[in-house]
Design a protein around this ligand. Structure first.
Ligand code: NAD
Length: 245
């Protein structure tokens, strides 16, 4: 579904991001996996040795416009284009408002929102010149409902939905589609660390009866990146088993 396309996946070293990287590689794309540190990027690349001709690693500071632009230029130089950007990197927090420091609030805004802006701008500049592309952001089910603690996280996901809708409208004239995926509870390291009993309790509250797997989310990223979604832009696609928190 992605033959001859090149993708950048931020936060591609583990969890949902790594599942997106694998899904894109399986579907013929060349992929640049972006992580926060060289060591974690190289470790993730070791597990993708079978695709070594179509995968590379980058580790820019995602809030540094010049560093991101240089990293994305290196991807285009290596693979010839940049067609898909999956803005997946994110951090979560459940700190109570009474304990939330401004520093923690700024950190969550930086990676969950500012980085999405910086990466989208750098990618869109390349995509416009190429005649189009697809940007896919990562929202969350809490970007619809909020959550009862850790207000910074849902605030960033509401903002990601707004950025998605706005950029979809702004960039449509350049044939750049902008969508988001809003996962529900998904079995990444965070969920895997919970006691089985708690996972069962969470699952029981989800109409489809289970938590999501990273591959469930990666499938949505595949659809939105592909030409199958050629007339889809401005969408936040819920992939949550109809959960309502
Ligand atoms: P994870 O913690 O397993 O992975 C997060 C990724 O982001 C990692 O690769 C990490 O290196 C990267 N990252 C974090 N800080 C970074 C930084 N400063 N610079 C560069 N990269 C950084 O998390 P995950 O569960 O796979 O989450 C991926 C995305 O999905 C996030 O945006 C998250 O908000 C969203 N999400 C997850 C769930 C869930 O239940 N797991 C639910 C809804 C939304």
């Amino acid at each position: 579904m992605l033959k001859n396309k090149t993708a950048v996946v931020t936060g591609g070293t583990r969890g949902i991001g790594l599942a997106i990287v694998k899904k894109y590689l399986e579907n013929g794309a060349s992929v640049a996996l972006s992580g926060s540190r060289q060591e974690t990027v190289e470790k993730a690349l070791e597990g993708l040795a079978q695709y070594k001709d179509r995968v590379m690693g980058i580790w820019p500071d995602l809030c540094d416009p010049e560093g991101v632009a240089a990293a994305f230029a290196s991807v285009k130089e290596r693979f010839g284009s940049l067609d898909i950007l999956a803005n997946n990197a994110g951090v979560s927090s459940r700190t109570s408002l009474y304990d939330y420091t401004l520093e923690e609030f700024s950190k969550i805004l930086d990676i969950n929102l500012k980085a999405v802006f910086v990466c989208s701008q750098a990618a869109a500049r390349i995509m416009k010149e190429q005649g189009g592309g697809s940007i896919i952001n990562t929202s969350s089910m809490v970007g619809e409902y909020g959550q009862p603690s850790g207000c910074g996280y849902p605030a960033t996901k509401f903002a990601v939905n707004g950025l998605t809708r706005s950029l979809a409208r702004e960039l449509a004239k350049d044939q750049i589609r902008v969508n988001a995926v809003a996962p529900g509870v998904t079995r990444t390291d965070m969920v895997a660390a919970l006691p089985q009993e708690m996972v069962e309790r969470i699952s029981a509250g989800i109409p489809l009866g289970r938590v999501g797997e990273p591959e469930d989310i990666a499938n949505a990223f595949l659809f939105l990146a592909s030409d199958m979604a050629s007339y889809v832009t401005g969408l936040t696609l819920r992939v949550d088993g109809a959960a309502m928190v």
